[in-house]
Design a protein around this ligand. Structure first.
Ligand code: AMP
Length: 296
C-alpha cells in the first residue's frame, strides 16, 4: 500500500482537474510533516467528509523566525507517507522550496488583528509566513474543505480571516487537539524532548485544565494567571512567553470567562517551545475536554 507523492503545482493541478471532472469533492490537510496522531485525526476527519484527501508536507521556511528551529525541525517524509497510506489518504503533496517560492517570488499575505499578540508578538513574521503558504496551498489545490487543528488556535483564526478576506471558496474545518495519555498536546516538537523533559512536559496541560476550571466558575484572570505562570515555572519550564485568557470567537483579551473563552500558552522547556490552549466554557466542567488518540 502506498500513497502517490506529488512535487509540482502542475502535476497537482492536473490530478485535481481529473477528480473535478468526475465530480469528486476534495479536502486539503496542510502539515509540516513528522506526522503524529494529531495530524492523522485531521486526515480521518477529512476522509469522512470528502472523496479525495490531499495531505501537504512542506516545512515552510517563511514561517520560521529562527534558523536553528528550522534546521532542527524533524524531516521524516518516508515515515509520513507510510502512516498516510493505510488511512486511505489520496495524495501527499510535498513540493520543495523552489517550487513554492521560485526565483523572484515577492508576495506576502499579511493578516492584521488576529495575528497581533500571543505567538505573533514573539515570532515576528511567523503568521505572514503561515498566511502566505496557506493561501498558496488553497489556490494550488483548489480544495473545497481544509482541516486545521485547534492546537494552533491563533493560526486557525489567521487562516479563517485570510480565507474570508481573500474570498477563497474553501470551508475551514477545526478539529480538537489530540493529546498523549498524560495530557501533553501532541506536537512534532515533542520528538526533541529529552526523557527528563518529556516527564515534566504534561504539567503544562495539567495547569491549563486546572486554570480552566477556576475561570469557568468565575475567577478573574488577574487573580489566577500569575499563580499559574509560577506553577509552570516550578514544574520545570524555563520561561513562559505568554499565558492569556482570550475570547474563543475573535481572540479579544478577556478579564474573566464571561463568554466562551480560551486560555493560550507558549512556554519553553529547555530549548523547545511548546504551545497549548484549552477552552473555558463559563459554569461548565472543563475536565475531559480533550480528544485522546483512542477517541480520535
Ligand atoms: P504542523 O505540522 O505542526 O504545522 O501542523 C499541521 C496541522 O496539524 C495544523 O492544523 C495543526 O494545528 C494540526 N495539529 C498539530 N498538532 C495537533 C494535535 N495535537 N491535535 C490536533 N491537531 C494538531
Amino acid at each position: 500500500m502506498s500513497i502517490p507523492i506529488v512535487r509540482t503545482v502542475a502535476e497537482l493541478r492536473s490530478i485535481v482537474s481529473a477528480w473535478r471532472r468526475e465530480g469528486l469533492k476534495v479536502a486539503v490537510v496542510p502539515t509540516m510533516g513528522a506526522l503524529h496522531e494529531g495530524h492523522l485525526s485531521l486526515v480521518r476527519s477529512a476522509l469522512e467528509r470528502v472523496d479525495r484527501v490531499i495531505v501537504t508536507l512542506f516545512i515552510n521556511p517563511r514561517q520560521f523566525n529562527n534558523e536553528a528551529d528550522l534546521a532542527a525541525y524533524p524531516r521524516t517524509e518516508h515515515e509520513d507517507a507510510a502512516k498516510l497510506a493505510p488511512l486511505g489518504a489520496h495524495m501527499l503533496y510535498a513540493p520543495d522550496a523552489s517550487e513554492m517560492y521560485p526565483e523572484g517570488f515577492a508576495t506576502t499575505v499579511s493578516v492584521s488583528g488576529v495575528s497581533d499578540g500571543l505567538c505573533g508578538a514573539y515570532r515576528p513574521g511567523h503568521f505572514d509566513g503561515v498566511a502566505t503558504v496557506v493561501a498558496k496551498l488553497f489556490l494550488q489545490t483548489g480544495a473545497d474543505l481544509a482541516f486545521f487543528g485547534e492546537k494552533d488556535f491563533q493560526q486557525l483564526h489567521v487562516v479563517r480571516r485570510l480565507t474570508r478576506d481573500l474570498d477563497i471558496p474553501i470551508e475551514i474545518v477545526a478539529c480538537p487537539t489530540v493529546r498523549e495519555a498524560d495530557g501533553l498536546a501532541m506536537s512534532s516538537r515533542n520528538l526533541r524532548l529529552s526523557s527528563v523533559q518529556r516527564q515534566a512536559a504534561p504539567s503544562l496541560a495539567e495547569i491549563l485544565f486546572a486554570l480552566a476550571e477556576r475561570l469557568a466558575t468565575g475567577a478573574t484572570a488577574d487573580d489566577v494567571l500569575i499563580e499559574a505562570r509560577q506553577a509552570i515555572l516550578a514544574a520545570g519550564y524555563k520561561e513562559v512567553e505568554y499565558l492569556e485568557l482570550r475570547a474563543d470567537d475573535d481572540l479579544a483579551p478577556l478579564d474573566a470567562a464571561d463568554r466562551s473563552a480560551r486560555i493560550l500558552v507558549a512556554a519553553w522547556l529547555g530549548d523547545i517551545r511548546l504551545v497549548d490552549n484549552v477552552c473555558v466554557r463559563p459554569k461548565q466542567s472543563t475536565s475531559k475536554r480533550f480528544a485522546s488518540p483512542a477517541a480520535a
